[in-house]
Structure formats: C-alpha cells, structure tokens
Design a protein around this ligand. Structure first.
Ligand code: IDC
Length: 468
C-alpha cells in the first residue's frame, strides 16, 4: 500500500514536471516506418544484448566475454545485435591521448561478432558519471578521473539502489561541470566529442560496426527535463555529431533522451538533429524502458502489472511522438529485469511484442551472468532464454509495414525496394526443419538457421514463413 502511494506520488510529480498532461492528449502517430539500415540499405530488426556490465569495473574496461560465449548466445537465441559497452576513461586516459591498444581490443571483439553475422553498436557507457565520484571508487563508471570535478562536495555511499547516487551533491557538480552549467569547464564537452571522433576514426570502415550510442542515460545534474534535453544535451549531441561526421559519413548515430522519467514513460523533449552527412539522415532515437513499479521492487503481477502496462502505454505513445519529431528510427537500447521474479518472462514477451510493433530494435540488459541474464551464476540458462527466443526477420529488402505472428508462423508485410534479399532467423523450437516462404525463392542454411528469401524487388509483399 505504502509503495502504491509512493508510485502515485512520483508519477504525479513527474507528469507535472514533464508537462505530460497536455502532451498525453495530443495525437500519437500510429506507427514509425523508419528503420535502421545495413550497408545494402535493408531494414534491420536488431535483436540482442547489452554486453556487458562486467566491463564497467574491469581494469582493461573489457567485458567478460569469449568467442564460445557468442556462439552459445547465437545457438540458443539467434541474436544479431550487440550494444557493446565502451568507456570514455579507457578511450582517453589522459586529455587528448587516445588509447589505441584499448581500441584494438574492442576491434578484436567486434571481429568475433562480425564472424557470426552480428551488428555492433558501440555504447559510450556511464553511470553516475565516473568512478572518481568517491575516493575509493565504490560507485560510478565511464568518465576519466581527469574529467571528474566534484569540488569536494559530498557523495554519501549508503544507498539501497545505485540510482540514488545521482542525487548526491558531488555527482551533480561533476555533471554541472561537464555540461558547463558552472561556466568553469567549457573544454570537457569538446574533449568528449573529440574522443568520439577518435573512436569513429578507428571503426568507420569496420563493416560490423553499425553505429555509435553517444552517451548512456544522460543526466542533467542541476538542469533537468526539457531545459536539459534542448539545452546542454542537444549542444553535446551537435558537437559530437559534427566530430563523428568529419571522419565517418556512414555509421548510424544513436541518441538517448534524459533517462530519469523518460525510462518510465514520460515525454522526452529531444529535438530533431540535422545529420551533416551526404544523403539521408542516419540518426536514430535510442531510449530505454524501465517501468517504475518494477524499479521500486514490484513484480509484473496483479495490480502492479496493470500499473506497469499503463506506463508502457505512455512510454509507447511518447516514444512514437519523439521519433516523429526527430524523424528517426527507434532502438530500445535497454530493458531488463530479474528473471527469477514472478511475471518476468511475461514482461519480456510484452516488450518484445512492443518492439516488433514499433519496428524498433532491442537490446536486453544484460548479457552478464546472473539472475537478470540469459545464463545464471553457474552458467545454466535462465527463463530469459525461451522468453527472448523467437523467429524474426533479421534484414528486410524493403520497408516493413507489419510483422504478425501466428501459431508457428510469421507474416511480414513490406514494401520491397530493391536493396537485397530478406532474411529470417528460425529457431529449432518452432521450425525444427527450417522454413518455407509463401512467395519468392527461399534457401535454408541449417548451420545458421537463416532462411534467405529473394522476392520481387518492387511493391507491397506479404511474406509468410511456415515450418518446412
Ligand atoms: C547496472 C548494473 C549493476 C551496476 C549498476 C551501476 O546491472 O550491476 O551496479 O548498473 O553501474 C541502467 C543503466 C545500466 C544499469 C541498468 C540496471 O544504464 O548501467 O546496470 N540500468 O540497473 N539504467 C536503468 C537500469
């Protein structure tokens, strides 16, 4: 009861703060038909994991990950995408010096994914700014020590959840200096943008790298909401887009909204960003979703499920509105929960359905071993593996209009556009002997479990895949 009241209070407050009452009644676009595309120009359904939280505290900033781990992930779930965590502290250990050995190690991991047909998005991760926020480095990751200025303000270390550190004065000050709200560190944002240029320089010709997620879960410090997103955050994005585009015209750029509030379903105020590349924009909107009732410790059951579903409805509407304003495809960069909790698999199914409806890629948080991940501490599969495995079109030779699942079948409706063949991943559970296509020429690769379908290359096509 107490918790229910707390949720109501926070939601009410947040709606007021976000100006959500007015926008909740405004029209919602019925769909988003923009897609992240591959090198051929095919629309991608991205389906994968964040890999991995273990990189955050590692001295070499690399995740606990081997090539057999990727083989296992593919064999079990047929993923084609990874949101790969990198860190500013590792890219630029001292101002203006970029660690090419670190970037080589990242490139090696990108190659592991490339060999298996994955697309890689590099995510410049941060939580709570950096581990310099406390002298003992007990919390925070991402930013280098030299870019961490807390001015000796306190950062208490007793919190029941890590997010609470965002409210600590020293953490707020570190962000205020970065955004130059204080007027004392105009150089920091430029450094950040140039660090991204160094990364883009290294990966611009790497065919497996799809693009760059400029900052994980931006936090405005003492400037919040629309003022933050259209002010300092937009400034950082414009600077960084310009730096990246000075060396890399081809990879996608993924922009996140402010996380607090937007992760729960509140509107984002991110504006349209012009892409200075030659040709159509390649900028995507990459929000996260963490429903507030679950954040507060509830399960996806009963009253809490109802609440969660309502917040997911708001999240969907507001995400579509923002994507429309940004004229951008959508990528769900993070969602995840403890898979041992009641209702967890239902929520995963619900979010995967939502991501299919919105034509948005998805990256589950996270690939780390443990109760949230696909494999537990002993390496045994969790309830996530069956919940996250489904047949899906990996790449589409046209613009998808609808994706519908029947009992052991799926139908993709798309406007073919001559970019290339359409590929489906078909899991053994539902398609033991592969699949048949209702139209076009299909070829089945039992090794990868991919059905490649060559159809007419022009006009609207309904393509149904059934078990062979
Ligand atoms: C979490 C990790 C946890 C770690 C914490 C702080 O699971 O082990 O202590 O980060 O670094 C996010 C963040 C993502 C979080 C994730 C789950 O982007 O880094 O990982 N989460 O809490 N936003 C909302 C949830």
């Amino acid at each position: 009861m107490k918790r229910a009241r707390l949720i109501m209070a926070i939601a009410a407050l947040a709606v007021v703060a976000g100006g959500g009452v007015a926008s909740a009644t405004r029209d919602v676009p019925d769909a988003n038909r923009r897609y992240v595309t591959d090198d051929l120009g095919r629309a991608l359904y991205l389906h994968g994991f964040n890999t991995a939280s273990s990189a955050k505290g590692a001295p070499d900033a690399l995740p606990k990950l081997t090539e057999p781990d990727i083989d296992r992930e593919y064999r079990d779930m047929g993923t084609n995408f990874v949101r790969f965590l990198i860190q500013w502290r590792a890219v630029e250990p001292s101002p203006g010096t970029y660690d090419t050995k670190y970037l080589d190690k990242v490139a090696e991991r990108v190659r592991w994914y490339a060999k298996r047909g994955y697309h890689v998005m590099l995510d410049m991760h941060q939580d709570l700014w950096g581990n310099g926020i406390t002298p003992a480095g007990v919390a925070g990751n991402g930013a280098p020590g030299w870019a961490t200025h807390t001015d000796g303000l306190p950062v208490a270390t007793e919190h029941f959840t890590w997010e609470m550190y965002y409210l600590e004065p020293g953490v707020i000050r570190a962000f205020d200096h970065f955004w130059n709200t204080t007027g004392e560190h105009p150089e920091l944002m430029d450094r950040y943008a140039k660090a991204w240029k160094a990364v883009a320089q290294r990966f611009k010709d790497d065919p497996a790298v799809l693009g760059y997620d400029l900052m994980n879960e931006p936090w405005g410090g003492s400037v919040q909401g629309a003022t933050f997103e259209t002010g300092p955050l937009a400034t950082l994005y414009r600077k960084t887009i310009a730096e990246i585009r000075s060396v890399d015209e081809d990879n996608w750029i993924f922009l996140e909204p402010q996380a607090v509030g937007v992760n729960w379903g509140l509107p984002s105020a991110l504006p349209y960003f012009d892409d200075p590349r030659g040709g159509p924009d390649k900028i995507a909107f990459a929000p996260h979703v963490y429903p507030l009732p679950l954040d507060l410790g509830d399960d996806y059951t009963d009253g809490s499920k109802e609440w969660t579903d309502r917040t997911l409805g708001w999240w969907r509407d507001n995400t579509l509105r923002t994507a429309e304003r940004m004229r951008a495809p959508i990528l769900l960069g993070e969602f995840g929960l403890d898979m041992t909790r009641p209702g967890a698999a239902d929520l995963v199914g619900k979010l995967v359905d939502l991501s299919d409806q919105l034509g948005m890629g998805r990256a589950y948080w996270s690939r780390d071993e443990g109760s949230w991940g696909p494999y537990d501490d002993k390496g045994e599969p969790t309830a996530l593996v069956p919940a996250y495995t489904r047949a899906y079109p990996r790449a589409v030779g046209g613009v998808p209009q609808a994706l519908k699942y029947g009992d052991k079948s799926l139908t993709l409706t798309f406007d073919a556009n001559e970019t290339g063949p359409t590929e489906f991943y078909l899991p053994a559970r539902d398609f033991p002997n592969g699949g048949k296509a209702s139209t076009g020429q299909a070829s089945w690769d039992p090794g990868t479990r991919v059905l490649t379908v060559k159809t007419r290359t022009y006009g609207r096509i309904d393509l149904t895949i059934t078990p062979a």
